[in-house]
Ligand binder design. Structure first.
Ligand SMILES: C=C(O[C@@H]1C=C(C(=O)O)C=C[C@H]1O)C(=O)O
Length: 358
């Protein structure tokens, strides 16, 4: 077939696609009306999102890869938010941070974004209702837990409604040449993830910690002999050159993010529940708690401790368990935990991230 004819065919299909997409949007308008009437279903429904994306991947027979269709449907869903009610998402800024990248990946182009100066601010704006959702990093595959996020959960009543993972590639960004660098700005977690590269290049004495990688890039852009470690997006936004790409120690460096909100998510059948508990200061206290998970056949995917800031050498334990808080074995286990801990709190149930709908 001649090129002209092939393109005509594409034009005809596009016209049908536009019609179909808007037919879908008309139904979303009705969903929006329903949600406003009921008042109990959130505009962003992570359980339904998982269902929609899984179905799209199941239906896809190619030749397009699943990731292309997922990207298209993520933007369609971003448009759905716009139709139902414009959403506002806060993240650890400034613009160009990894949290910004993660937010765009999750919520797309049709929502409002609010960059904030620290992680605690993201929690506070969601708690005050100024933002519908917040995107916060919670752990990195090599750097471990993000303490600001864990501590903020102890000090606010915010829930987790979804989780996601994003590969993180760090770049050395600067206006100057490598030999001219006198200071390198970045976040403590990022320096930890690039430790080998920093040591090999003798930069240990030159590192300065900042609240975010984007703030680091902003500072490097204001100086003739300072560099930053951050995303290539930050480099583009602040006009810095990429002197070195992918300087992280582990090429499969991944950060897990949480989407926080005033409520969590209904059961999908493949969920996780995050809890935090405080054990009494006595031998075997943690062992007792872990025994409960074992008894009820609950898989613990993560456990991490943070100091209890009022009494020395006492700890809060953050745990992620597989299952939803409405599952019978989890209800029973949590009842038992009440007897064996000083306090236990559910931070939220949400769809388990599998990477299948990325
Ligand atoms: C349309 C809805 O609202 C949002 C948009 C969705 C979509 O466009 O498919 C899916 C889930 C929600 O995040 C819904 O809840 O069904």
């Amino acid at each position: 077939m001649e090129l002209e004819e092939l393109r005509k065919k594409i034009d005809q299909i596009d016209a049908r696609l536009v019609e179909l997409i808007n037919e879908r949007a008309e139904v979303v308008v009705e969903v929006g009306k329903f949600k406003r009437r009921s008042g109990s279903v959130p505009v962003y429904a992570p359980d339904r999102e998982t269902q929609v994306l899984s179905k799209i991947c199941e239906l896809n027979k190619g030749p397009l890869p699943d990731k292309t269709l997922v990207a298209v449907w993520r933007e369609l869903m971003s448009g759905s938010f716009f139709i139902e009610r414009p959403l506002r998402i806060s993240f650890l800024g400034p613009e160009g941070s990894y949290s910004h990248q993660a937010s765009m990946k999750k919520f797309g182009q049709s929502v409002d974004y609010l960059p904030l100066a620290d992680i605690r601010g993201v929690f506070d704006e969601v708690a005050r209702g100024q933002c519908d959702f917040g995107m916060v990093p919670v752990e990195n595959s090599s750097g471990g837990g993000v303490v600001e996020t864990l501590d903020a959960f102890l000090e606010t009543r915010i829930m987790i409604c979804a989780e996601m993972e994003m590969p993180i590639h760090h770049n050395l960004l600067a206006k100057c040449r490598l030999e001219e660098i006198e200071k390198i700005y970045s976040k403590p977690e990022v320096f930890a993830q690039c430790r080998n590269w920093i040591t090999e290049n003798h930069f240990e004495g030159k590192i300065i910690t900042e609240a975010s990688t984007a703030r680091a890039a902003e500072l490097a852009a204001q100086s003739d002999n300072c560099a930053a470690i951050g995303s290539s997006l930050a480099g583009r936004i602040y006009g810095l050159n990429v002197l070195y790409e992918k300087i992280e120690d582990k090429p499969d460096n991944v950060t897990r993010f949480l989407i926080i909100s005033s409520r969590d998510t209904p059961k999908t059948g493949d969920d996780k529940t995050a809890i935090v508990f405080t054990t009494p200061h006595k031998p075997g206290a943690l062992f007792d708690v872990l025994g409960v998970f074992d008894k009820y056949d609950i898989n613990l995917t993560r456990i991490e401790s943070r100091p209890n800031k009022t009494r020395n050498w006492e700890y809060h334990f953050f745990a992620d368990i597989n299952g939803h808080k409405t599952d019978e074995n989890i209800i029973k286990a949590l009842e038992k935990l009440h007897d064996r801990t000083i306090q236990v709190q559910i931070l939220g149930s949400f769809p388990r991230y599998t990477g299948e709908t990325d």
